[in-house]
Design a binder for this molecule. Structure first.
Ligand SMILES: [Zn+2]
Length: 338
């Protein structure tokens, strides 16, 4: 069986060769048949362990390659600006950007949502939903031939084990970590989700999510792209990786850890090019080059904003009074009945 190397993986290596500012680390190799593909991590910015950290991840679902492309094009733009942009140089002397553009290389290579073992990497973590209503998409343990297969949550897939170990180690030392995990789904608008997906209670640091939401709204009043909400507002699932990462981090750390899932509304582009409905893998990926560019461009404001939140220590310098007020506002907005 011949399997072509995904071009996003090739781009990661090309970038690492071309730009001295980037450092490349292979987290693991995933073997399947006679081939193996690496899970690669690119680091940019200071290597001071306590520095604030922005983590960008893409293609946990193999058909959602647009996430990898947004990350890579954002990095390219940063690297080019570094030649002349003193402010950006200062920012990157203060913070670090860690990216894993292709978490699921076999999914990308085989054009599958799941990995090569049929496991949906967003249903594989050891967290169980308490939602009594059973739906297949919440994660199922019936068969790897069906979508949303959970695999064995007691022994996470190799991709997730490698990614979680690296990110949790970084987050433990860093004074504040924001994660942006990029997906594309069926919705009509772009959503920013935060934990939890497996139950309806607020995370212990809900005030930090509210801060990100409210400062963005205030700072970009004409920019109404994102529906910002806890993921269970849309649906609850078993095995959500970021739910689990959040719980793991706070077992032995108090440093802010703010994982966000950006779910790009693919209907936005499918609507304009209905031929995409004929191809499953294209449903999650715009095909026209100008549309890819537009999607890439649309989200650079958000990523730049997250960098500046970290650079300005907004999550670190929250006073007790602010904490209380942010928590109250978050509860009113997202958890009105609790
Ligand atoms: Zn996804």
């Amino acid at each position: 069986m011949f399997v072509a190397t995904p071009k996003e993986l090739e781009h990661i290596e090309t970038y690492a060769e071309r730009y001295d500012e980037l450092s490349l680390k292979t987290l693991t190799y995933i073997k399947h048949g006679q081939h193996e593909f690496p899970v690669q991590m690119l680091s940019l910015g200071t290597d001071e362990p306590s520095a604030p950290c922005l983590v960008l991840t893409g293609a946990i679902h193999g058909v959602e390659r647009i996430g990898s492309q947004i990350i890579l094009s954002f990095l390219k733009s940063l690297l080019r600006r570094l030649d002349w942009d003193q402010q950006l140089q200062d920012t990157l002397n203060n913070i670090k950007i860690i990216s894993i553009p292709v978490v699921n290389p076999w999914g990308v290579a085989l054009k599958n949502r799941s990995n090569h073992r049929g496991v949906d990497l967003m249903r594989n973590a050891p967290v169980q939903s308490t939602n009594p209503r059973y739906q297949l998409y919440a994660g199922q343990s019936i068969s790897s031939k069906l979508p949303w297969f959970r695999g064995n949550p007691l022994e996470m897939e190799q991709e997730l084990t490698a990614v979680s170990t690296s990110i949790l180690n970084l987050a433990k030392k860093s004074k504040a970590t924001i994660v942006l995990d990029l997906h594309s789904g069926f919705g009509t608008r772009d959503r920013l989700w935060f934990p939890f997906a497996h139950h309806k209670r607020p995370p212990n640091n809900v005030h930090e999510f509210y801060l990100l939401y409210s400062v963005f709204r205030k700072s970009y009043p004409h920019y109404k792209l994102y529906q910002f909400e806890p993921q269970w507002h849309q649906y609850t699932t078993h095995g959500d990786f970021w739910d689990w990462m959040h719980l793991e981090h706070y077992k032995d750390s108090t440093a802010p850890f703010v994982p966000l899932t950006l779910e790009l509304g693919s209907w936005l582009w499918v609507k304009k090019n209905p031929m995409q409905l004929l191809s499953f893998s294209q449903l999650f990926h715009p095909t026209k080059p100008h549309r890819i560019k537009r999607v890439e461009r649309r989200h650079s404001t958000l990523i730049n904003y997250l960098m500046q939140v970290l650079n300005n220590d907004l999550l670190v310098n929250i006073t007790d009074i602010q904490h209380e007020e942010l928590t109250r506002k978050a509860t009113n907005l997202w958890y009105p009945s609790s």
